[in-house]
Design a binder for this molecule. Sequence first.
Ligand SMILES: NC(=O)CC[C@H](N)C(=O)O
Length: 196
Amino acid sequence: MSSTPVIGVLALQGDVREHLIALAAADAVARPVRRPEELAEVDGLVIPGGESTTISKLAELFGLMEPLRERIAAGLPVYGTCAGLIMLADKILDPRSGQETFGGIDMIVRRNAFGRQNESFEAGVTVAGIDTPVEGVFIRAPWVESVGGTVEVLAEHEGHIVAVRQGNVLATSFHPELTGDHRIHELFVDMVRAER
Ligand SMILES: NC(=O)CC[C@H](N)C(=O)O
């Protein structure tokens, strides 16, 4: 059996702690990542929810934008939730000026697509590869407007794409780290194990 994978959580902004807890529950060694040297040491990375415009600015400031783009291109398994999904999109439909993404998934996303903060909601979501619905917590959530041919759509909510995978990159519009249901984190940890 291979050793336990080390998975980082990008800790610039957002719900870092909840992801660290969920990853530990899914049998990974989880640690925060803020610096390029820390990024170099992980087998996989989670990009949490928060505010994608802020994560984009801080990633530039901390010198993580290019190193992370390079590692994603080189096959690093990455999982993004909500703002993290936005950061993994090759294109944002409605970016703030200067807003950049890491990219990695051939998709176009729409920010705040499901409504503003007061329109946040929970819904059962059927995710390909997981036998019963997961509880989706949507907080000013984006949806995926369109995907390229090699992107797998894993889940939809009311006709909108809310979970996708392209190769080593996984993304959900919703926040499984807030529910105590660790099945999506387990799926990601399995992706990381498969790569090692
Ligand atoms: N819960 C979230 O991560 C919200 C995402 C936020 N609307 C953004 O554009 O980054």
